[in-house]
Write a protein that binds this ligand. Structure first.
Ligand code: MN
Length: 319
């Protein structure tokens, strides 16, 4: 095993002393998304709510959607976060209340910054590829940026990093000196690592970031732990490099960032700092206020679920 494990010296990690590297295998929970898509939810998870500012991770597919509607997520609101759409197969048609209409394709970044308020829909176009495979990720906005103006960015041709057996695409933040054009508001990284069978390498990391690796396809030993599609390995902080060994041609997402030290309230599609804020956002959506309108989606917008009986409590990144 890695000798990093033998030296779990306390590390300053986002201003907090933590015990350093860990290996925590998280399994996905099956969740139905809209009418027709089933996803595996890795974050929030029973034991862990965030990895850096990454606060929501769904992995879906590969699904054969030939002759089927595929993904159909009606208009719904967001507050206090960014959504990152990432595909390996298929395409997603994004519409939002700013008037954006964009098809996002494999290895392109669809980045929506909700700021204070936005609404959007996501659907498989009528004419679509047979396979749909991807990840839907959220990034929590820090207090200083969470009321920023809403925005949608689409970036094709993202920067890449190559090494023997590795071809990495930088989705958000910086990896090994290559920086994504996607707007980020906290120090973080999201990268897609394509590994060829037999690849055996050490990926450079930031020791003050915490990290997790989500398996998209294939089979990879991440610091000695086998990670397969549908699961994610949380790695903690204090690592300068990460041993990766690909058993087959594989792809994983590396997610990391400075630990997010603000307590947040995350409910439905909203992130706030108090229960009252969430209640107000929900009411605004139900009254048709604040979040604007999505045009062109063939169907009704989503209704918010009922609020729980007890006020929501702000919570930190681990449970
Ligand atoms: Mn959404």
């Amino acid at each position: 095993m890695s000798n990093l494990d033998l030296k779990p010296s306390p590390t300053r990690c986002g201003g907090e002393a933590v015990s350093g590297p860990v290996k925590e295998l998280l399994t996905g929970r099956q969740v139905r998304l809209g009418e027709s898509t089933e996803v595996r939810r890795l974050l929030p998870n029973l034991g862990r709510r965030m990895v850096g500012a990454w606060c929501f991770v769904d992995h879906y597919g590969p699904d054969d959607i030939a002759g089927e509607p595929g993904m159909q997520v009606p208009p719904h609101p967001h507050m206090g976060l960014q959504t990152v759409s990432w595909l390996h197969d298929g395409e997603i048609l994004h519409r939002d209340s700013l008037g954006s209409l964009q098809t996002v394709r494999p290895y392109e970044l669809g980045l929506m910054t909700s700021g204070r308020a936005i609404s959007h829909s996501e659907e498989s176009p009528r004419e679509h590829a047979r396979l749909l495979h991807g990840a839907q990720l959220w990034v929590a906005l820090p207090d200083g940026h969470r009321n920023t103006a809403p925005a949608f960015e689409h970036h094709a041709g993202l920067p890449t990093v190559s090494a023997p057996g590795l071809h990495a695409t930088v989705i958000m933040g910086t990896l090994d000196g290559a920086t994504s054009p996607g707007t980020a508001h906290t120090p973080l990284v999201g990268a897609d690592l394509a590994l060829t069978a037999g690849a055996d390498l050490r990926l450079p990391l930031e020791s003050d970031f915490e990290y997790a690796v989500l398996a998209m396809s294939g089979s990879v030993d991440v610091d000695g732990v086998r990670v397969e599609p549908g699961s994610m390995l949380y790695l903690g902080c204090g690592r300068r490099e990460l041993p990766l060994l690909a058993r087959t041609d594989s792809a994983v997402l590396l997610l990391g960032g400075e630990p997010f030290d603000e307590k947040i309230v995350m409910w439905w599609n909203f992130i706030g700092r108090s229960s009252e804020e969430i209640v107000q956002a929900r009411s605004a959506w139900m009254e048709g206020a604040r979040f604007g309108d999505v045009h062109g989606y063939d169907g009704a917008r989503l209704a918010a679920p009922e609020m729980p009986a007890m006020p929501l409590k702000p919570r930190g990144r681990a449970r």
